[in-house]
Every structure is written in structure tokens, then in C-alpha cells.
Design a binder for this molecule. Structure first.
Ligand SMILES: NC(=O)c1ccc[n+]([C@@H]2O[C@H](COP(=O)([O-])OP(=O)(O)OC[C@H]3O[C@@H](n4cnc5c(N)ncnc54)[C@H](O)[C@@H]3O)[C@@H](O)[C@H]2O)c1
Length: 342
């Protein structure tokens, strides 16, 4: 700690890494960003990141520095488990983007979580929707009993455009990269593990996604361990923007969040009604949530509090994502194992 600021190394500066980079800079009162690290570092990076003390290709430079308290890992998904393990062994606290992996190798995940526990470091996974201001209000409505006993949850989550196939190969298919956010959020809201999924998925937008074993559209029914139900729909292409809505229905009422736009002005005349489109992309829609999750991570490290989404949360979301992929292929509903011990 330097002047009560957490000393941090950011590992992985691609699409989402840049998002975190910009947010970490705005948090300079609580974070000293000492390292940026990416395999792609070349001579231009020293200039571009001249405000950062060290720019490196090798994440062990970050881990071997005793001044570094914590790492923020935003690398390609298939590197997460190894980098978390190495960071924990080096005694660093860890924020890592979701998901753990793209293939749910639970022996490897258990090994990593065991080391995290033994080394007594914090591990927070990047499920930022839990701390989105609107979704948090819905969660508070649930836990304060304002809608009675929750019975059904509905989550709609649609991206604005189809991602490049090479990027999908690095970060995961629709269930692992995208649906996993809904799966985590509905589990968190209903305060119950997902025990069964029935999923239909297909390529209604880009049939070439089949070449990499992916789909672009998913409709999903869920059962939770406590007997309640959920529905999720996902698309890789909503032509009107980044569509993010959620609704929880309970015995005493209902709470829902609509899309966020950059204008609240609506126009009504005899021909039509006009409202602004939703915000265009995840970095804008969840801007505050991405900041909140890092602030919460720092608070957990500094004040030794539980993190908002831990390794077991990530395992439960990933198992549900795996069941979604399985159900799409089998055409049947699939059970999700909810027992996990490390
Ligand atoms: N929480 C969210 O809303 C959200 C949004 C987007 C992406 N993500 C997650 O963030 C992660 C990164 O996604 P992205 O879209 O930025 O991918 P990306 O491919 O654009 O970026 C990944 C970066 O990691 C670097 N990298 C890979 N291995 C490395 C290593 N060993 N050491 C240092 N750098 C390494 C690559 O060079 C690349 O620049 C993925 O796991 C993805 O699922 C989360």
C-alpha cells in the first residue's frame, strides 16, 4: 500500500482490458496503477502508457514485484486459471474477468481455488452486473421483501453486433462468454443455485458461427434449487443497441429494470411515439458497474471483507453455461450439479 492506495498491475489490455485501464485511472485516489502488461507490448507502448511506471510483456514481472498488492486479470479466457494460480502463489490479491475457463476443467479450477484459499488472498470474478446501480436496486427490493417471495425471473440480454470469430475463440462461445452473465445474475437475484436448464439455440443471424461451434440466439428456461423458475433470452445482434432488461416477479409484487438511454426525452404525436435507443455497448451501459466492482474489490482487500462474486460463484455460473451448451446439443433439459467442495 502506498499512501493507502492499493498498488495494482493490470494484465491483459485488449478490448475489456482498455475499459478497465480507463476506469482504474479514474480511481487514482484508491489505486496506484504500477504495471500494464500484455503479450502484444512493443516499442510504441512505452509512449502510449508513459503515465504508467512499468510496461511489460511478462506477467511475472508484475507478480515478482513486492510493492504490488493486487492484479487485475483481463487476458484471454483460457489463460485465467493459470494466471490466477501464479498470482495467488505470489501472494497477490486477484480481480479476474469472468469466466474461469471455456471448458470447465474442474480439477484445474479446484486446484486454483485451493491455492487461493491457502494463500489467504482475495479472488473476485468480474460479474459486474451484481453491482450495476439499477440491478442492485432490484436486488434490494427482493431482499427487503418488497415483492414478497420471488417466483419467476426474466433476463433479456442482447449484444448490438456479432463479434469477430477470432475474438470469440479467445473469450468463449455465447453461453460461456455472454449467457454466463445472465446465469450469474439470476442466481444472485433468486438467492438459489440453478439446478436444471432447458435451452434452444441456433444461428438466426450468422450461420458461419457454426464453423466455431457457436450460436447467436438462445432461449432458455431454468429451474432453481428452491423450486422457482427463470427465463433468459440472448442475441448477438439487436439492431437498436445493447438491450439489457430484467424482471423479478414475486408473491407480493414485481420489480424490473428497463434499458438505459442517454436521453429521457420521448416524443408522442399522431403518427408515432419516439424514445431514445438503449446505450450502444457494454462499456457504456455498465460503465458505473465496472467502476463499482473495482471499488468493491479494493474495499474487500483493504477491509478484509467478502468479495461480491467469488470463485464458487464463477464455478456455479460456468456449470450452468456448460449445461446450456449441452442442452442445445442434446435437445433435452440438463441438470446442473450444485455441490462443490474444494
Ligand atoms: N465483464 C464483462 O462485461 C466483460 C466484457 C468483455 C470481456 N470480458 C472478458 O475479458 C476477457 C478479455 O476479453 P477481451 O474481449 O478484452 O479479449 P481480447 O482478446 O481483446 O484481449 C485479451 C488480451 O489479453 C492479452 N493476453 C493474452 N494472454 C496473455 C498473457 N499470458 N499475458 C499478458 N497478456 C495476455 C492479449 O494479448 C490481448 O490483448 C475475457 O475473459 C472476456 O470474457 C468481460
Amino acid at each position: 500500500m502506498d499512501n493507502n492506495r492499493l498498488c495494482v498491475g493490470l494484465i491483459g489490455l485488449g478490448r475489456q482490458g482498455h475499459n478497465h485501464y480507463n476506469n482504474l485511472l479514474t480511481l487514482s485516489q484508491i489505486i496506484k496503477l504500477k504495471y500494464v502488461c500484455d503479450l502484444k507490448v512493443d516499442e510504441t507502448w512505452e509512449r502510449e502508457y508513459s503515465n504508467i511506471p512499468v510496461v511489460t510483456k511478462d506477467y511475472f514481472d508484475v507478480l515478482n514485484d513486492p510493492e504490488v498488492d493486487a492484479v487485475v486479470i483481463v487476458t484471454s479466457t483460457n489463460t485465467h486459471a493459470q494466471i490466477i494460480k501464479d498470482a495467488a502463489l505470489a501472494g497477490k490479491h486477484i480481480f479476474c474477468e469472468k469466466p474461469f475457463s471455456m471448458d470447465t476443467n474442474e480439477d484445474e479450477i479446484k486446484d486454483v481455488l485451493r491455492i487461493v484459499k491457502e494463500k489467504n488472498v482475495k479472488l473476485q470474478m468480474g460479474f459486474q452486473r451484481r453491482v450495476d446501480p439499477q440491478f442492485r436496486e432490484i436486488h434490494e427490493n427482493i431482499i427487503s421483501g418488497k415483492i414478497g417471495e420471488p417466483q419467476i425471473i426474466k433476463s433479456t440480454s442482447r449484444d448490438p453486433f456479432v463479434l469477430d470469430k477470432e475474438l470469440i475463440k479467445r473469450i468463449g462461445t455465447l453461453p460461456y462468454d455472454f449467457t454466463i452473465h445472465d446465469l450469474d445474475l439470476v442466481r444472485y437475484m433468486m438467492n438459489s443455485n440453478i439446478s436444471e436448464v432447458y435451452a434452444k439455440g441456433g444461428t438466426l443471424i450468422d450461420p458461419t458461427l457454426k464453423e466455431i461451434g457457436d450460436v447467436d440466439t438462445i432461449a432458455l428456461v431454468l429451474q432453481f434449487e428452491n423450486g422457482t423458475f427463470g427465463m433468459i433470452d440472448n442475441s448477438r445482434q439487436a439492431v437498436y443497441g445493447y438491450d439489457q432488461r430484467i424482471e423479478v416477479f414475486g408473491s407480493e409484487g414485481m420489480s424490473k429494470a428497463e434499458n438505459v438511454s442517454d436521453s429521457t426525452v420521448e416524443l408522442f404525436n399522431k403518427d408515432n411515439t419516439k424514445v431514445a435507443n438503449p446505450l450502444p455497448i457494454f462499456t457504456e451501459r455498465f460503465h458505473q458497474a465496472y467502476i463499482n466492482e473495482i471499488v468493491s474489490f479494493v474495499d474487500s482487500v483493504v477491509n478484509d471483507k467478502p468479495v461480491i462474486a467469488d470463485g464458487v460463484d464463477a464455478v456455479m455460473a460456468e456449470r450452468a453455461a456448460q449445461a446450456v451448451e449441452k442442452s442445445i446439443k442434446s435437445g433435452k433439459s440438463e441438470k446442473v450439479d450444485t455441490v462443490f467442495e474444494i
